[in-house]
Design a protein. Structure first.
Lengths: 103, 181
């Protein structure tokens, strides 16, 4: 049940093309800065919201550094979701110079 | 799944009442790390995936970096929680087994978990012939556990002919009250 990973540089053009991105951090972290278009599903609520991860094509999962999102991606993958972990997380996105949204 | 390798989920039972502890046992820290997180770490280090908490405080455990599935029958004890895990496995991933462990075993090690995973029959860690709440459900046992009506952990283990794997008592010493920390 190994979950694939992509880098933030690989993620950026996918988001422009409409890819689905779920952010599993806590609400206060999300409010501080998140990748534009990311949908908040805090890690503790992932199991009750697996349907949010479902849809056509892969669902990209992000957190701060990539650890929590891997937990979430492995869980939803076991439920049949095509989940991809974003390596390095939101901090890598910011370090790479991409824009973020707040609140 | 790679041929010859059994896929194993890792489940931390975090929904207990913690009456003697006076606080949510899963969140009590031992050596700076919440007990549920320590047990989840041992499961993950043994190769279990996915790892999640069954029951417990979803917001608090989520903030610790743990996925949480709600207990469908909270307060019904470990047999009910293990049965729920098996029902989930039966629908989610037919090829996977699971290691299910109580959250109050801060000494649990990856090596102890790894000693269970992949066995063809259900197996639990045991001390002096008594089972600890660390049990391996191989894929072939999932449907029997899912159908079980056992209300006691030991009855469930007997129902599925669980073998006991002897373990150092320190690895499965459970913590029920603050003075045991």
């Amino acid at each position: 049940m190994a979950v694939p990973e992509i880098s933030v540089d690989e993620l950026a053009p996918l988001l422009e093309a409409g890819a689905r991105l779920i952010d599993v951090r806590e609400p206060d972290e999300y409010a501080g800065a998140h990748v534009p278009g990311a949908v908040l599903v805090p890690l503790g609520t992932v199991a009750d919201n697996v349907d949010v991860f479902r849809g056509d094509g892969p669902t990209y999962v992000i957190c701060a550094r990539g650890g929590r999102s891997l937990q979430a991606a492995e869980f939803v993958a076991a439920e049949g979701v095509e989940a991809v972990n974003v390596a390095g997380g939101t901090l890598a996105w910011i370090d790479a110079g991409y824009a973020t949204h707040t609140a | 799944m790679t041929s010859g390798v059994t896929s194993a989920a890792g489940v931390v039972l975090a929904g207990g009442a913690s009456r003697r502890m006076g606080a949510d046992k899963a969140l009590v820290e031992v050596a700076g790390t919440a007990m549920a997180r320590r047990v989840a770490g041992a499961l993950a280090a043994a190769g279990c995936t996915p790892v999640w908490c069954q029951g417990g405080d979803a917001a608090a455990l989520g903030a610790l970096g743990l996925v949480v599935r709600a207990d469908h029958r909270p307060g019904q004890g470990p047999a009910a929680a293990i049965t729920d895990v098996a029902r989930w496995l039966a629908t989610a991933d037919a090829d996977a087994g699971a290691v299910v462990a109580a959250c109050d075993l801060p000494g649990l090690t990856a090596a102890a978990v790894a000693a269970l995973v992949g066995r063809p029959r259900p197996a639990a860690l045991g001390v002096d012939g008594r089972p600890a709440l660390v049990v391996w459900l191989p894929p072939g046992a999932v449907s029997a556990v899912a159908a079980s009506r056992a209300t006691r952990y030991t009855d469930l283990l007997a129902e599925i002919s669980t073998e006991l794997v002897p373990i150092d008592p320190a690895v499965v010493r459970n913590v029920n009250s603050p003075d045991q920390l």
